[in-house]
Structures are given as structure tokens and as C-alpha cells.
Write a protein that binds this ligand. Structure first.
Ligand code: HEC
Length: 242
């Protein structure tokens, strides 16, 4: 038989158990009660460093404000947008006709533009730029649904990039359209890097040229390489190449 413990031992045991339950209860209470002045602050870190908070007064300055204006003429590093050619596609108040400094029209640059165009633009404008992308086709189908437009769908057709007006756009204007959008088309400044936007603009011009070139644009020594019917048609690019 187990000997019965003395009464005082039982007593102390129960008391100790109760005492042990106090800290978790206190912690749970403190954790669940919102209080701007935290009572227990074990790690001070930088919570109590001397500092001026927003809108506080600072007698050091004549106007008494702790918040200071930026020093006149300050230029933040990497934040300058003063280069209108690069950021807006504008030179001397006109749409730029050239790429901004630091970018070169190379085959590699156009390839990059093609790849980005195919990702971002072809869905609406189509791979060749005729405004016949998959999204556009689907929207048109929904609109011409015999039961009427689906839930009041309205869709502005993505413009053909071979439209005579669009063909007149300079590379700077195309860049600006890609960046900020135009009328019903949203801008892509947030999704596509600046240099890629220029590459896309350059590629759009290449696409346009691809549909509007003549035999004169082909160097004489390369004309033999063209399919026969193109060469015979005088290089009319609309001739179907079989
Ligand atoms: C979601 C569909 C959609 C996508 C994606 C799209 N566009 Fe458009 N785009 C349009 C529509 C719609 C218009 C015609 C807007 C209007 O007339 O209101 C248009 C018009 C244009 C125009 C003609 C502007 C003018 O002066 O009339 C150009 C150039 C153009 N887009 C280029 C691009 C390029 C480059 C991309 C890829 C970065 C792109 N678009 C992506 C729908 C799209």
C-alpha cells in the first residue's frame, strides 16, 4: 500500500499548481487586450530612441517644424524622369522618331520586341497586327451572339496596326501608346519594362513594314531569294505567298 502523504505536502502541492497557472493567464489576458501602452517591454530595440514623430515640433528650426521640405533642387537618385525622350517618347515637343540614348536597333532588340509583343499584344492585335487576336475573336463572337450581347458586353475592336493612321505613328508615339494606353486600350507601363516597351514599339514598326514593303526595299543581290510570285508581282506584299 502506498503511504498517504502528509497533509501539508498535499496542501503545498495544490497551492504550487494554482500559482503556476497564474503566469499563463496573465499572458493570455495581456495578449488579448489591446493597449497602446505596452506594459511589459522586454526588448527595447529602437522603440524608445529619441526621435521626432510626424507633425511634431522641433525648436531647432525657425518655423518650428520637425518635418522638413526637401532641399531645393534635390534630384533623387534613379528617380529622375527628366529625359522626355526616354520616358515619354517626346523630343522637342514632337513624338520621337528614334530610340532614346543607350538603345540600339539591332536584330536582337527586335527579337526581344517580337517576343514581348507576342506575349502582351498579340492576344488582341494578333500575331501579324491585324487586330484579330484570340481575345478579340472571342469578344466579337459574344457580341454577335444571336441572343444579343452577353450581359451587355461592349467591345471596341483592337485596332489593326496596319491602319493607315497607325502606320504614320513614330516609334516615340507607339512607345507612348504601349506605356499609357490610348482611348479604350489600357497602358502597359506597369507590366512591361521601359526598354522592352521601346523594343515592342520598334517591333510594331517592323510588323508594319512587313506588310508594306516593295521590291525596292530588297537589296538587288537578295531579290533572287524571294519566292517567284512575290518578285513577279513587283514585291506587292499583299500577294499571298504559297
Ligand atoms: C486587351 C486588348 C488589347 C491589348 C492586349 C493591346 N491592345 Fe492595343 N488596342 C486595343 C484596342 C481596343 C485599341 C483601340 C482603342 C480605341 O480605339 O479606343 C487599341 C489600339 C492600339 C493602337 C492604335 C492607337 C491609335 O492611334 O489608334 C496601337 C498602336 C496599339 N493598340 C498597340 C498595342 C501594343 C503595342 C500592345 C502590346 C503592348 C497592345 N496594343 C495591346 C486593345 C488592346
Amino acid at each position: 500500500m502506498i503511504p498517504k502523504p502528509p497533509r501539508w505536502m498535499l496542501f503545498t502541492g495544490v497551492l504550487a499548481g494554482l500559482a503556476l497557472a497564474i503566469p499563463p493567464v496573465v499572458i493570455a489576458r495581456v495578449r488579448s487586450t489591446p493597449d497602446p501602452n505596452r506594459g511589459v517591454h522586454i526588448f527595447f530595440d529602437m522603440d524608445f530612441q529619441p526621435k521626432f514623430k510626424t507633425q511634431a515640433e522641433n525648436p531647432l528650426f525657425a518655423d518650428g517644424r520637425a518635418q522638413r521640405y526637401e532641399v531645393l533642387g534635390t534630384v533623387a537618385r534613379g528617380e529622375t524622369k527628366v529625359d522626355a525622350h526616354r520616358y515619354e517618347g517626346v523630343v522637342d515637343g514632337k513624338w520621337a522618331e528614334t530610340l532614346p540614348a543607350g538603345m540600339e536597333l539591332t536584330a536582337e532588340f527586335l527579337k526581344r520586341g517580337e517576343q514581348r509583343y507576342n506575349i502582351y499584344c498579340s492576344v488582341c492585335h494578333g500575331y501579324a497586327g491585324f487586330g484579330d487576336g484570340a481575345v478579340n475573336k472571342r469578344a466579337m463572337e459574344l457580341m454577335s451572339n444571336t441572343e444579343g450581347p452577353v450581359q451587355g458586353t461592349a467591345w471596341v475592336q483592337a485596332k489593326s496596326l496596319h491602319d493607315p493612321v497607325v502606320r504614320e505613328h513614330t516609334v516615340g508615339l507607339l512607345y507612348n501608346i504601349v506605356t499609357n494606353g490610348v482611348r479604350n486600350m489600357a497602358g502597359y507601363g506597369a507590366q512591361i519594362d521601359l526598354e522592352d516597351r521601346w523594343a515592342i514599339a520598334a517591333y510594331v514598326q517592323a510588323l508594319q513594314f512587313s506588310q508594306n514593303a516593295t521590291i525596292q526595299d530588297v537589296p538587288p543581290e537578295k531579290r533572287d531569294l524571294l519566292p517567284k510570285n512575290v518578285a513577279q508581282a513587283g514585291g506587292d506584299a499583299t500577294t499571298e505567298v504559297k
